[in-house]
Design a protein around this ligand. Sequence first.
Ligand SMILES: CC(C)(COP(=O)(O)OP(=O)(O)OC[C@H]1O[C@@H](n2cnc3c(N)ncnc32)[C@H](O)[C@@H]1OP(=O)(O)O)[C@@H](O)C(=O)NCCC(=O)NCCS
Length: 152
Amino acid sequence: MTFLVQQHADATDLHELRRRILRNNDPAISVHDSRDLDDDAIHLSIVRDELVVVCGSLYSSHSPLDDAVASYQLRYMAADESVRGSGGGRALLERAGDIVRTRGVEHLWANARDSALGFYLATGWTTVSGSEHLSKETQLPHTVVVKSLRKK
Ligand SMILES: CC(C)(COP(=O)(O)OP(=O)(O)OC[C@H]1O[C@@H](n2cnc3c(N)ncnc32)[C@H](O)[C@@H]1OP(=O)(O)O)[C@@H](O)C(=O)NCCC(=O)NCCS
């Protein structure tokens, strides 16, 4: 399946999918991130039938491995159940890597839900040893994952 990954100026386009997939569709929980409006924030999606079916946002941030390395944090990575497992998440991450590489970024990192670790491992990320923790927002087990964007 081919996916067209779009970039959004406004993160609110992604809020419905963020809330539905990542916050149990709870209308009482805010899915706004304080960094959403940063000039260097990146909001990506895949749209099908005018609905956002895959989303992810990236924010300029220190690498958990090395403060001196230019890095972005990936957050709110989600795919609608109707498209899961068909390569949309991978396509979005590839586009994210292409965009941030042009900004001189060497690391992507994320707090990965343990239930999604297989996704990150399948797409070239590695876990940070000893980083296992419970998310303050969801109370779900997470592990820090990092992807090096350096050319091999
Ligand atoms: C994690 C998620 C975004 C992946 O999106 P997706 O579009 O289904 O992923 P893809 O189809 O591009 O999968 C890429 C690879 O990861 C694997 N993968 C995807 N999700 C996985 C999971 N939860 N566990 C193990 N492997 C997974 C796929 O099998 C595929 O492997 P392959 O290329 O070797 O066949 C999606 O499953 C999701 O929204 N999950 C619920 C929300 C969530 O946990 N988000 C992450 C928060 S950190």
